[in-house]
Every structure is written in C-alpha cells, then in structure tokens.
Design a protein around this ligand. Structure first.
Ligand SMILES: Cc1ncc(COP(=O)(O)O)c(C=O)c1O
Length: 387
C-alpha cells in the first residue's frame, strides 16, 4: 500500500495581518488599483533599494509589457535560458520578439554568459537571464556583455525577490527586472508581479501600458471627470488590484523573517547532504552571491545511480516525501520544439538538468526535524540504488 505524503513540497501560510489587510480593503469598497497597490509598490521598491516599481497582475504580463517597450514589437531577438518556466518564453513571443535560447551552467542552473555571447547578433534586442530558484545570474559578466554590445540587460527574477548580488538587489544590476508574487512565491499576492527599474521614463510608460495605455490612473480619474483621459499607445490589461496588493502587504510583514528561516533550512539541507555530494549536488553559490532561496533544487548524478530521476521522485513519495520538478526545459514542449526548431542536442547542459533535477520540500514552516527526515530519506534511497 502507498504511504501517505507526510512532508509536502510546499505549504502556504497566510498571516493574520494579511487577513486584516484584505478585510480592510473589502470594507473600503475600493478593490481595483488604488492606494493599497501604491503602498505595496513603495514597500517592495524600498526593500529592493530601487525607486521605480510598477505592480501588475503577473510576472508573465510584466515581462511582456517590458519587452514590448524594449523590443518595440519589431521581431527582434531576446536571448534567454531554456531552463525556466514557460512564462519567460511566452512573454517574449507575445511582446512581438523572438526567443533565442543559450545553454546554462550545470553547477548554477543559470544562463551561461559565454553561451549568450555566441548568440548575439545585430538583431538582439535584450538579454534576459532567469535567477533560477532565487540564485542570481552572473550579472557582472552579463553587464559587461550588455555594455559592450549596447543591448539592454533585463531579468526574469520571478524567484529572486530575496536575492542579492554583490550585496545589492537584482534590479540594481539590470536595466529592469520583473518579479512574481504567484501563490507559491516567497512573497505572494495570490497572483501578481512587479517591474522594477532605475529608469523612471521606462516605468512611467510601463505603468500607462499596464492599464490600456490610459494616461491617468483609475484613482485619479475617480476624483473628477473619470471620462477625461487620452490614450497614446495600445496597451494591456495587467494592473494589480488593491485586493491582491493587500495580500502582498500583509504577507510582507513576515517576508524578511521567512527569508532568514529559508536560509537556515537551506544550510541544514546542504550540511546534511554534503556527505553524499558525489550522488547529488545543490546549486553552487559564489561568495559574492546571496541566494534568494525560493526553491531547494538538487541535481542527481545519474552516472552514480541505478535509477532515473522520475524513479527517485517516486521512491521519495513512497517514503512520504513529496518532491517537485523545476523545470522541464522549454525545448521539451511540443509546441515550442516545433515552432522554433529547438533540439535538446543544442543545449546539452539544460537537457541534462531537465533529466536530473529534483526540488526538495521547502517553505518557512518546514522544521529542522522535517529537513532531517527528507535528507535521511534521500540517503536511504541513494544507499539502495548507488552504482
Ligand atoms: C522563472 C519564472 N518566470 C516567470 C514566471 C511567471 O510568473 P507569473 O505566474 O507571476 O506570471 C514563473 C512562475 O512561476 C517562473 O517560475
């Protein structure tokens, strides 16, 4: 008989402050974009140390709007990682650009700057690293490429709200970065995203575009003559609602404490697993990098195991531990493989990562004895199936 899962991959905790914020917003009867959204933007911007932030209804929408401005819908090429959630690629396509994939570094699972350099052409309009699992990409190298080729450096930082690169948040190193506040993210609104940039001119146009291109905010228009506005660009419907912002504001009150817990749990995972690093390894974290710890991903060394990753996950589940897979590389999906003629052979590291990564249970209410159960289970399976 199958064991019941005792340790899930993820558990969400909603604070009492969040419940109060939501009730207060409902009581106010102002549910769409308004003062709560502004408050949430200011809170996140302050935390990141960057002045400009535009809240939207998802990271995917944020990336799409940002890329529509940067790429100008001119069928330019955007270089990114194949080892990401499909939203990254979708946003590039829907913005009117073409995704170009470059391979990843197997130790970090992040876009490899040397592979990116080889893909740059006169048609490249942006480079978009993805901070996978919250581990910042190699921004020093990407900045050099971006400066020398005069190509904007953006980032899909869906996972990386808590990450630091050289002691600064990710948007301090990019022209613009986009974060996700999806339900499982370290800071959640239920659904949501945010575009953050040092450039006010850029965020001003993004703000306008996020609400149909209307040149006055809903809140401003509510004060008088709501029908008086103009539109200078065809926009999107991607504004964040005050209801979602209230969830984010409430959750923010526990976010920094949660980050400390995540870091402690990750350290415990690494310490417990260190005796088995020949069989599986966590992402390599350089000394100048502060991992944002959204996910705890390990890569199995399949040469040293008699079982596949899928069997490994099934064995973990049999022992009551739920694991996850972040991610199947995008060239594995039928539509994308065919539409862009992508082959796993062109991206050997991403292909190998796609076959060998496993995400272990990871969330702030996981306790240290549960981490120990997970790692004992991993070790038991390795002992059984080691080559
Ligand atoms: C790497 C990455 N990029 C983009 C997204 C899309 O985020 P959202 O669901 O907020 O659109 C996700 C979502 O999980 C993600 O993991």
């Amino acid at each position: 008989m199958k064991n019941k899962i005792k340790i899930p991959l993820f558990k969400l905790s909603i604070s009492d402050k969040t419940k109060r914020e939501v009730i207060n917003t409902l009581d106010s009867t102002w549910l769409t974009t308004g003062s709560q959204t502004t408050k949430f933007e200011n809170k996140v911007a302050k935390y990141l140390g960057i002045k400009q932030a535009v809240a939207v209804n998802s990271c995917t929408a944020g990336l799409q709007i940002l890329l529509s401005v940067i790429g100008g819908g001119t069928a330019g090429k955007v270089i990114t990682s194949p080892f990401t959630f499909i939203g990254t690629i979708e946003a590039i396509i829907l913005s009117g650009s073409k995704p170009v994939l470059a391979d990843i570094n197997l130790e970090t699972l992040n876009l490899d700057s040397a592979c990116v350099e080889k893909k740059i052409t006169s048609k490249t309009v942006a480079i978009v690293p993805v901070d996978i699992a919250g581990l910042p990409a190699d921004y020093e190298q990407f900045k050099k490429i971006s400066n020398s080729c005069n190509i904007p450096l953006l980032s899909d930082s869906a996972h990386a709200i808590g990450a630091k690169y050289k002691k600064k948040s990710i948007p301090a190193h990019t022209d613009a970065s986009v974060f996700s506040f999806y339900s499982t993210k370290n800071l959640t609104c239920g659904e949501g995203g945010m575009i953050v940039s040092k450039y006010k001119e850029l965020t001003d146009i993004i703000r306008t575009l996020s609400l149909h291109g209307i040149d006055k905010s809903t809140l401003k228009r509510s004060k008088s003559k709501s029908w008086e506005y103009d539109i200078n660009h065809a926009g999107f419907k991607a504004n964040m609602s005050d209801l979602h912002a209230s969830v984010g504001l409430g959750q923010f009150s526990q976010f920094e404490k949660d980050q400390t817990i995540r870091e402690r749990l990750a350290k415990r995972y690494i310490k417990n697993l260190s005796s088995h690093f020949e069989y599986l390894s966590p992402q390599k974290v350089a000394p100048h990098v502060g991992h944002g710890w959204h996910l705890f991903i390990v890569r199995l060394n399949l040469n040293r195991l008699k079982i596949s990753r899928d069997r490994f996950m099934a064995e973990m589940a049999k022992n009551g531990v739920e694991c996850g897979l972040h991610y199947q590389p995008v060239f594995n999906f039928n539509y994308y493989k065919n539409a862009f003629d992508w082959s796993f052979k062109d991206f050997p590291n991403a292909a190998l990562a796609g076959e060998s990564v496993v995400s272990l249970p990871f969330y702030p209410t996981l306790n240290t004895s549960e981490v120990d159960i997970v790692t004992e289970t991993v070790q038991k399976i390795i002992r059984k199936f080691a080559r």
